[in-house]
Design a binder for this molecule. Structure first.
Ligand SMILES: [Zn+2]
Ligand SMILES: [Zn+2]
Length: 336
């Protein structure tokens, strides 16, 4: 089959690789749409993990079902989460495989969905494999994973309808965070980000304030918008030292900061402010697929405007270049 393979720093080549063999406990999916994730770009830029086939935001048709799997039929339209636990760590030995500390992930250590077919090592309906309602397109299906991350993260904070919430960083995770907050009826959503199409998308999603951080100081603008009071919760989706400091600065005493963005480097920061203000710093890594599918299929979250570019598998190198460098890109999809 064809697959897009990492061959060095910022180098993707479309190659012919072996077809996946269906695992006894898993399935093989014929990929119909696969998004490029910001996390993929970190690995793409470094280019060290040569041979990686990216792709963890995808959907497709079930092509083959392993002999130990029940409740999943060939031809079903699905999205899925792929991982293989080590079976040996503290958590695995206690049966909590989803917490495994040496987990291999589809799209990183295991071959991902930027290919004609992808293998899911453990297929459990409703746990790792999720049926798409008829109203959802394959592209909608490929937007479930990033929305599931934003939903999972926001549910970790005690956010009320009357709260004012800031979203820092307007990549797809930040934009999805706005959709989730809107669906919860949160009264005021203040945001800061960069790149014009993402700022426009934040407005379309219903943000009450959109600060262009390339031109204006996000902290000052958000403090001004709250009359100097600050916000109840900050959703940090940028993963930069500046936005981390801003988050700690702008959150009210007793408020919470959700750490969602991926930090490329360790931070140097002063914990004094966090303890003096009784701030809760909450780490977020996880996804809520069923909740995200419900949000999209009920019309409460429209992720379609985020898909700005589409490429074939043969054009995967260009797809990555656009996602990385083109200022007009929000989410680039590969349609194998
Ligand atoms: Zn992702
Ligand atoms: Zn383990």
């Amino acid at each position: 089959m064809k697959a897009a393979v990492l061959r060095g720093p910022e180098t993707i080549k479309t190659e012919i690789v072996d077809d996946p063999v269906v695992p006894d406990d898993g399935i093989v999916i014929r990929v119909k749409a696969c998004g490029i994730c910001g996390s993929d770009l970190h690995v793409y830029k470094a280019g060290e993990d040569v041979g990686t086939i990216f792709g963890h935001e995808f959907s497709g048709d079930v092509a083959e079902v392993g002999k130990n799997v029940s409740g999943i039929e060939v031809g079903e339209r699905v999205t899925a989460v792929g991982f293989r636990p080590c079976g040996k760590c503290f958590w695995c030995l206690r049966g909590k495989f989803h917490r495994c500390s040496n987990m291999e992930l589809t799209g990183y250590q295991l071959p991902g969905a930027m290919a004609e077919y992808v293998s899911i090592p453990t297929a459990i309906p409703g746990r790792t494999v999720f049926t798409l309602p008829d109203t959802m397109t394959y592209e909608d299906g490929a937007t479930v994973e990033p929305l599931s991350v934003s939903l999972f993260s926001i549910r970790r904070a005690p956010i009320k309808e009357t709260d004012t919430v800031a979203v820092l960083g307007l990549g797809v995770i930040g934009l999805n965070a706005i959709l989730v907050l809107k669906s919860m009826g949160v009264s005021r959503i203040l945001t800061s980000g960069r790149r014009p199409p993402r700022l426009e998308a934040a407005e379309t999603c219903g943000a009450d304030l959109v600060v262009d951080a390339a031109k204006e100081d996000g902290l000052a603008a958000i403090m001004e918008a709250t009359g100097g009071l600050g916000v109840d919760c900050v959703v940090e989706c940028a993963g930069s030292p500046d936005t981390f400091d801003q988050a700690v600065e702008m959150v009210k005493g007793g408020g919470s900061v959700l750490l969602v963005g991926v930090f490329e480097k360790p931070l140097t920061w002063d914990p004094q402010k966090v303890l003096a203000k009784n701030i809760s710093l909450i780490g977020c890594l996880g996804g809520n697929f069923p909740g995200a599918i419900k949000l999209i299929s009920s019309g409460q979250a429209n992720t379609r405007p985020f898909v700005t570019h589409r490429f074939s598998l043969d054009e995967a190198a260009e797809a990555f270049r656009v996602q990385h460098k083109d200022l007009s890109a929000i989410k680039v999809m590969i349609i194998p």
